[in-house]
Design a protein around this ligand. Structure first.
Ligand SMILES: [Zn+2]
Length: 397
């Protein structure tokens, strides 16, 4: 199969399309740039954006976690979480206008959904936020153990998939996240060991403790153990021999094996919700599940082991190395770690693209590695020139 006949999805923010004119932007995306899919943000986290070709705003200070559509409020009856809609959204057809324009051009509409990385909701409803061993709420993240958070994820998924009927969804932050995820202008000036970061990243909210108790642990006692360990170990600079990745042996044996039990509880919490969301999406018909490729060791942090998740996906992506000579091997290795039915898309960003000839070499390496298409990040964050280079190469690939 030729590369141009495979999936070519471009991550896109709705405001970039509206600012340029939805029809114009989609003509460009599906024409000169040769993409056949847009992964469009419908629920998104905070960021500050430099938008080089946006005719209305070169800089955009984004919201602290917002929806880019008007939610169907009755779907959220089972959760205390009330999401905000971004003020950038105008008109009831803000998303349907894009969806229809994409459909007219045979461009797949993939709904890009950010779930628990949401400063607005974590601040407004801190009882739903992640909580560390010292009882600090993390005001960037919602905890997937919390029944209100789980009900919110269910409602958001139904809302988006039933009302906008995407052909694919891109699931993001539908899990636990690591220690400093979502820190704004972070001031972390002391060295921390990987183990300290790992332990500081665990959630000990009342719902996580309750789940630990139900699994036969003493959640409160385990939390005190972790807090005591951290209190003692954060007093001094780490020794060089402590600056090593957290090993499976450490996770298995620390705190007399209680850490491993707690991680198994977290996996059950995150994985059961992930499977529930995938089932909801699939209940609406042939909707593809797309997600960033889980790193092989990240399951202990997120609760989503790659070995369990990969087979639930239809499509996944990851960023190749910058060195063009390493790309084909990278793609081959990633491809080989996935079930045959799952598409692997190397994720290309504008900072990879120095010239048209270098862009051609990258695409050639993707092809040589056996990729199933490409993903590009992101329409508004790139120059049109990058997308023209890419389009002319994809047209010939
Ligand atoms: Zn929790």
């Amino acid at each position: 199969m030729k590369l141009k006949e495979k999936t070519a999805t471009i991550f896109t923010y709705p405001w970039d399309l509206h600012d340029e004119g939805v029809e114009n932007a989609l003509d460009f995306i599906s024409g000169k740039a040769e993409f056949n899919s847009i992964s469009l943000a419908l629920s998104y986290h905070i960021a500050t954006y430099f938008l080089p070709h946006n005719p209305r705003r070169k800089i955009y200070y984004g919201d602290h976690g917002a929806l880019y559509f008007q939610p169907q409020s009755e779907l959220y009856a089972n959760t205390c979480l009330i999401p905000q809609t971004s003020p950038v959204v105008h008109g009831e057809d803000y998303i349907t206008h894009i969806q229809e324009a994409a459909s007219e051009r045979n461009v797949e509409f993939c709904a890009w959904i950010v779930y628990f990385y949401n400063h607005y909701l974590a601040r407004k409803f801190p009882q739903c936020a992640k909580v560390d061993a010292f009882d600090n709420p993390y005001l960037a993240l919602l905890c997937p153990s919390n029944p209100d958070v789980r009900a919110y994820a269910v409602a958001l998924t139904h809302d988006i998939v039933s009302n906008y009927r995407p052909q694919a969804v891109n699931l993001e932050s539908l899990s636990f996240r690591h220690f400093d995820y979502g820190f704004l202008n972070a001031k972390v000036l002391v060295e921390m060991t990987p183990l300290q970061r790992f332990l500081m990243g665990l959630c000990f909210c009342p719902h996580c403790l309750e789940r630990a108790d139900q699994a036969g642990m003493d959640g409160a006692q385990f939390k005190r153990q972790v807090a005591g360990y951290l209190e003692e170990n954060l007093k001094h600079n780490p020794l060089p021999e402590e600056m090593i990745p957290v090993s499976d042996e450490t996770l298995d044996t620390l705190f007399g094996g209680e850490l491993r039990k707690f991680l198994e509880v977290r996996t059950e919490i995150a994985l059961s919700l992930f499977k529930e969301i995938v089932a909801i999406v699939r209940s609406y018909g042939d909707v593809k599940i797309q997600m960033g490729m889980p790193k092989s060791r990240s399951g202990d942090v997120t609760g989503l082991p790659a070995s369990e998740i990969n087979s639930l996906l239809d499509r996944t992506f990851d960023s190749p190395p910058y060195d063009v000579y390493q790309i084909a091997g990278f793609v081959r290795e990633k491809r080989s770690n996935l079930p045959e039915k799952v598409e692997f898309l190397p994720l290309l960003q504008p900072d990879y693209l120095k010239s048209e000839s270098e862009t051609a070499a990258i695409i050639q390496a993707y092809h040589a590695g056996g990729c199933d298409g490409i993903a590009f990040y992101n329409y508004g964050l790139a120059r049109k020139q990058h997308l023209e280079w890419l389009g002319s190469i994809l047209a010939q690939s």
